[in-house]
Design a protein around this ligand. Structure first.
Ligand code: GLU
Length: 470
């Protein structure tokens, strides 16, 4: 069996949006599943709109997502000689010709066609004129004028196009720049691409591309046109539905694996399963399971899947994605063991990495500042005795383990005749500044004996100063 070769060919006219990321993902997963090759190609023939910043943004996004490529990035702007060679082949074989019609003439043709109830299209006026290359000439492809072109789509089934609908489209503009339909075919041919998975907004281009393949006598690739991603109002996903770029999701604290998991499910399914790790996707992804209906992008679902991935990821793996969020809060802690322990206390209660960061701030503060309401409610004079006893008990612990810690709390409960809640809440506020946090024993364990003692002492001093004993 021949090696499957797929590609992702973004136009660098903006950031990588989630729809584009899904296309990249499908091509990448299929190549990985089939042990094939995945090529990255930058379609930058539109010099006005293409920017280096967009190229960088796209590469960054793919790297963050973990979508790696085996070849490229190729740049179309560096491949003009190859396009020229193929255009010459088409000219030599009579499948293309020079056209010197002016835009006014073409406008006139269109008007005429419309007036007689036809589609507005180029009427082939220069096709048999044998025009030689001149400065302002464009090159047109001589499309079949009768019969049908069939797109055998592995997702949508067979789609038939009447050739009378296709006009002699331009393949090289008057400035010598090849058009998308020409460049994409030449690239796919010369790069050996044999599987093209892309958005179904390209379905209408495909008969033109098929005709170019046929004119060159080259076998067609397998095509799969994936339905578009829609917003929750079923219109095409756009900015007004929320963030569109991959980097926006990165900055909002999503894990790449969660975003990929979410995107793959917008169009591909495996029974009812919702949660997938990447290796599992590579193992299970085939074109057969890509559906025909459009996926609806739902932020809430994505967020809940993100929470599931945070929970399921080994803390060690999360650190790399978490560190930029800590840096943003000026926390430069490279003690990965400490970070892992922190994550273990928070990963079941964080929906994204911003939540995780917020929830973890107290672990990094030298001075805990108390939320006003938390202090008012929990730092009452009655808390002083239990806190003092606990502090003494903890200071006396030699082996700072769970059993000894529990013992220390028990002693406080016994000697003050109080329930755990009465001591746990003031301790929580002393250690975190807040009333909501991970379990108190988990926190104590992560902070360690010295920090716990110093925070308890600080709380005692605070209560002594603000709420004198009766
Ligand atoms: N550059 C095109 C796009 O971004 C690629 C289309 C294709 O896959 O052929 O839509």
């Amino acid at each position: 069996m021949k090696t499957v070769i797929t590609r992702f060919p973004p136009s660098p006219t903006g950031y990588l949006h989630v729809g584009g990321a899904r296309t990249a993902l499908f091509n990448w997963l299929y190549a990985r599943h089939m042990k094939g090759k995945f090529i990255l190609r930058i379609e930058d023939t539109d010099r006005e709109r293409s920017t280096r910043a967009s190229v960088d943004a796209i590469l960054d996004s793919l790297e963050w997502l973990g979508i790696d490529w085996d070849e490229g990035p190729h740049f179309q702007s560096e491949r003009f000689d190859i396009y020229k060679e193929y255009v010459q082949k088409l000219l030599d074989s009579g499948n293309a010709y020079y056209c010197t019609c002016t835009s006014e003439e073409i406008e006139e043709m269109r008007k005429k066609a419309m007036a007689s109830g036809d589609k507005p299209k180029y009427n082939g006026r220069c096709r048999n004129k044998g025009i030689d290359k001149t400065d302002n000439a464009v090159v047109r492809f001589a499309s079949a004028s009768a019969g049908t072109t069939v797109l055998k789509d592995s997702i949508k089934g067979n789609i038939r196009f009447q050739n009378t609908e296709l006009d002699d489209f331009i393949i090289v503009r008057s400035d010598g720049v090849p058009t998308y339909n020409l460049a994409v075919v030449v690239d796919d041919i010369t790069m050996g691409v044999n599987t093209v998975i892309r958005g179904d907004d390209h379905v209408n281009n495909t008969p033109r591309q098929i005709q170019i393949y046929k004119a060159l006598g080259i076998e067609l690739p397998v095509y799969g046109h994936v339905p578009m991603v829609l917003g929750n109002d079923r219109s095409r996903l756009s900015k007004r539905h929320g963030a569109m770029s991959v980097t926006a999701y990165r900055d909002m604290g999503y894990l790449p694996e969660a975003l990929l998991n979410y995107l793959v499910r917008l169009g591909w399914s495996y029974g009812d399963q919702e949660f997938f790790l990447i290796d599992e996707l590579i193992e299970k992804f085939t074109l057969d399971n890509i559906g025909r209906s459009a996926g609806i992008f739902d932020q809430e679902k994505l967020l809940s899947l993100n929470a599931d991935h945070i929970k399921a990821s080994p803390p060690r793996k999360l650190i790399k994605y978490w560190k930029p969020f800590l840096k943003e809060r000026r926390i430069n802690n490279d003690n990965n063991q400490y970070l892992e322990k922190i994550i273990e206390t928070l990963n079941t209660r964080s929906k994204n990495l911003i939540d995780l960061t917020e929830g973890a701030l107290f672990y990094f503060q030298d001075e805990i500042s108390y939320e006003e309401k938390a202090a008012r409610k929990n730092f009452k004079p009655a808390a002083l005795e239990p806190l003092r006893i606990l502090c003494g008990q903890i200071e006396a612990i030699k082996d700072f383990n769970e059993a000894n810690l529990e013992d220390a709390f028990k002693k406080v409960m016994q000697s003050c005749e109080i329930k755990l809640g009465k001591i746990a809440q003031p301790v929580r506020v002393a250690l975190t500044g807040k009333t909501v946090s991970p379990g108190i024993f988990e926190i104590i364990h992560v902070l360690g004996k010295d920090v716990v003692i110093s925070r308890l002492k600080k709380a005692i001093t605070f209560i002594e100063a603000s709420a004198p004993e009766p």
